[in-house]
Design a protein around this ligand. Sequence first.
Ligand code: UDP
Ligand code: MG
Length: 324
Amino acid sequence: MESQGLFEENKVKINKKNYFISVVAPAYNEQDNIYPFYERVKKVLDDITDKWEIVCINDGSKDKTLEILVELNSKDNRVKVIDLSRNFGKEIALTAGLDNCKGDLIIPIDIDLQDPPELIPEMIKLWEQGNNVVYATRIKREGETFIKKFTAYMFYKFINKITNINIPRNTGDFRLIDRKVLDSLKELRETHRFMKGLFSWVGFNQVSLPYVREKRFAGNTKFNYWKLWNFAIEGITSFSIAPLKFATYFGFFVSLFAAVFAIYIISKTLIYGSDVPGYPSLMVTILFLGGIQLITIGIIGEYIGRIYNEVKHRPLYFIKNKYD
Ligand code: UDP
Ligand code: MG
């Protein structure tokens, strides 16, 4: 029995892969998740290869996240820590990690253990079959409210309708990408970064891997509804100018309606003469048009604001310290 166990062990060793894996995890106030995350990821990676790193990005945390990460780095220097100069938000934090990892295969993942690292071997299998991107699609979301699921559903439906890239539904940043994809991705330096969209936009062979999304291990989500709403607008404006077209067509539509209405009023006046009343309809028309004008100006503003931010060409982030 024992010799068989040894044999099994050797077999695993012989089968170990020769490529370097980078797991990239942004962290913002995640002190209680770091060690459990590390333990689970380490176990999975050790089974696959001896060449791996976990790149953790401290996104300006206010709790003990950085201290714990640095401590972990001193114990196991395969855990690299990038300490950003302040909180830049998840998309930028992830970008910082992607810019600073050296793997042949790169896996962005959340540090709260909502994305099960045990999926990584399956991702690698799919990659070996010739896919460049293996994205994990949630078939079930544990611990999320109905409203969150419903709004997420509506968002994906909408964004896929108005953009011509395919942003997969129920898919976060958890995925495996290979070096080729990462190098392409690194050329996209826009300030407004909707990572899921960028991952799709680069193309290559992409395949979905279904999984059940777990509850957060500890702590709370950093995304409230206001943030999610803004995130959705970011996604839409980053990948589509359809709202601008909507403004134009809506303008045409209202003008057409106004023309028909004008003909009606002129004919009515010619036939029946003019009567003074008409205040309510006048008021409604003015308010309606005023509203439409403000909305369309707002839509234009959303884009102009983003142009403004992009033309500044600021660096995406600053690194305070690196622990290699
Ligand atoms: N995160 C980050 N910076 C932020 C907000 C979040 O790096 O400003 C990280 C966070 O630590 C976690 C991941 O992004 O690893 C996803 O965040 P969260 O779990 O709050 O989002 P949810 O899973 O609820 O969508
Ligand atoms: Mg989470």
